[in-house]
Design a protein around this ligand. Structure first.
Ligand code: NAD
Length: 498
């Protein structure tokens, strides 16, 4: 079986570190189309000199450029222009993203790119509402607290939803007056390279820069650069640890949006049809590669067998295949090593005493692409590796529970704490469960629903800090306290006595 390419991508992808900057200097990294396994492009890595140059350009644009000092109205206009650029180029951006990630094109166009455009509108509207503080506790002083941009923002993105995730960071950083250096994942640089070029048509020179390459090379050079003032990172937990250590050397603030192993808790008091749809959507959306996947499905024991059987039956019928086909529900995984890692968890589940309900094998009939069958396993306990480790694929792990206490105890028994899902129409059950869950977000009777005004982020190894309206404002700005006397105040007159 062969699949057409979504687009003919550029032969080479390089960083875009402003005008006059040298590019590359590092190795060539092949980019593959996950649906076929064929090489479709080559990334030229930015070495430390190119990264230093990109940061210097962003520094200059911050220190000397107009961007941090533009009026809110002017900045809103530019953010709106960014939104328009994305909306005018949805098809091309979605196809480039599909080419490197294997995500289903229809989903990319309908959800990811629309959301990417909205990220700019959201922050444009947000800054129009931003408030400061003023204190007048004493008769003689007014003290104000205002917010200023922090400076040069290093934005580091993962491969699983490059444009949607990176635009959250770019839009927020720019809206609050910072300049940026973006580093996409070396696996999926195509769509973000095009996006940065498009946005640079409407942004002032040097405000948004792009460096490309591997994490330990290009990424490490970026986060260690003393001219970087803040780091916003989305990616794996181990990488987050490395970046926070590096950030500690320069004492720069970080936000860490990291991995998850989220519990999807289904009580017998749920609307079972909706819970079944929600559980399938929660683990198989985005080809199963999402931080907020409901990857541990905890089902009340009284209906465990029936629920898992029905889930497996539906999972078997999921349409796996060509990302360009509108009927496709799950496309290929992002890379060959990732596919092999995901599949290895089916064997681990068996070795740990569990069983494979459905899936667990590669779809060889679909050619050389990285397709696997949507998979569901029964774990023997929450200590099993398939219940503890983030698998990051279309792979659900089931466990039964007896009551609220049991469900909460299993849900919390993990290093992660990103999101949780609760399915029940019994209000006390929902509230008691919600109160005890240790995760940053709880969704009740719904799959993922992102409210951009509300904080998003994790407990424990799922992250540090939050993204979302006010959380982003706090992160991307510094508070400045200014005290001014209303009328001349009595001063101590050192040295005035003769
Ligand atoms: P990753 O940690 O391997 O890479 C993420 C980014 O960090 C890439 O750009 C990579 O090149 C860079 N990087 C790697 N090492 C670095 C270093 N030492 N210094 C600087 N940069 C470095 O993650 P991934 O495999 O691309 O993405 C999958 C992970 O991302 C999963 O764990 C997933 O849960 C997580 N994720 C979290 C969220 C969230 O909002 N919490 C959202 C999406 C993905």
């Amino acid at each position: 079986m062969t699949f057409n390419l979504p687009i003919i991508p550029p032969r080479q992808v390089t960083g875009l570190a402003g005008q006059g900057a040298s590019r590359g200097g590092g190795i060539e990294i092949p980019i593959y189309y996950p649906a076929t396994g064929q090489q479709i492009s080559t990334l030229i890595e930015d070495g430390s000199a190119a990264v230093a140059q990109a940061v210097a350009i962003a520094r200059d644009a911050f220190d000397k450029g107009p961007w941090p000092h533009l009026s809110v109205e002017k900045r809103m206009e530019v953010l709106e222009a960014c939104r328009t650029k994305i909306l005018e180029n949805v098809d091309e951006l979605a196809r480039l993203e599909c080419a490197a990630t294997g995500l289903v094109l229809k989903e990319l166009k309908a959800r990811h790119m629309v959301r990417a455009a909205y990220n700019f509108r959201f922050f444009a509207e947000y800054i129009s509402q931003s408030k400061g503080e003023a204190y007048t506790q004493t008769d003689n002083y007014i003290t104000t607290v205002t917010r200023r941009p922090v400076g040069v923002a290093a934005l580091i993105a993962p491969w699983n939803a490059p444009v949607a995730l990176a635009t959250m960071k770019i839009a927020a950083a720019l809206a609050f007056g910072n300049t940026c250096v973006l580093k996409p994942s070396e696996q999926t640089p195509l769509s973000l390279a095009r996006l940065v070029a498009l946005l640079n048509d409407v942004l002032p020179e040097g405000v948004l820069n792009l460096v490309n390459g591997r994490g330990p090379v290009t990424g490490a050079a970026l986060v260690a650069n003393p001219d970087v003032d803040l780091i916003s990172f989305t990616g794996g937990t181990e990488t987050g640890r490395a970046i926070m250590s590096a950030a500690g050397q320069n004492l720069v603030p970080t936000t860490m949006e990291l991995g998850g192993k989220s519990a999807n808790i289904i009580f017998a008091s749920a609307d079972i049809e909706r819970a079944l749809d929600g559980a399938l959507q929660g683990i198989f959306s985005n080809n199963g590669q999402q931080c907020l996947a409901g990857s541990r499905i905890l089902v009340e024991r009284s209906m465990f067998d029936e629920f898992t059987a029905r889930f497996a039956e539906r999972a078997k019928r999921i349409k796996v295949g060509d990302p360009l086909d509108d009927a496709t529900e799950v496309g290929p995984l992002a890379s060959a090593p990732h596919m092999n890692r995901v599949l290895s968890f089916a064997n681990m589940a068996r070795e740990d005493g569990g069983s494979v309900l459905t899936g667990g094998t590669r779809r060889d009939d679909l050619g050389g692409g990285y397709f696997i069958e949507p998979t569901a396993v029964l774990a023997t306990s929450n200590a099993d590796r398939c219940a503890q480790e983030e698998i990051f694929g279309p792979f659900a792990t089931f466990l039964p529970f007896d009551d609220i206490e049991d469900a909460v105890s299993i849900a919390n028994d993990t290093q992660f704490g990103l999101v949780s899902y609760i399915w029940s129409y019994h209000l006390p059950t929902v509230m008691q469960t919600q109160t005890h869950l240790r995760s940053g977000v709880v969704w009740v009777n719904t799959p993922m629903m992102r409210e951009l005004r509300a904080p998003f982020g994790g407990f424990k190894s799922s992250g540090v800090g939050r993204e979302g309206g006010a959380s982003c404002e706090r992160f991307y700005t510094e508070e400045v306290t200014t005290s001014t006397p209303i009328k001349p105040v009595q001063l101590r007159r050192f040295g005035a006595e003769t």
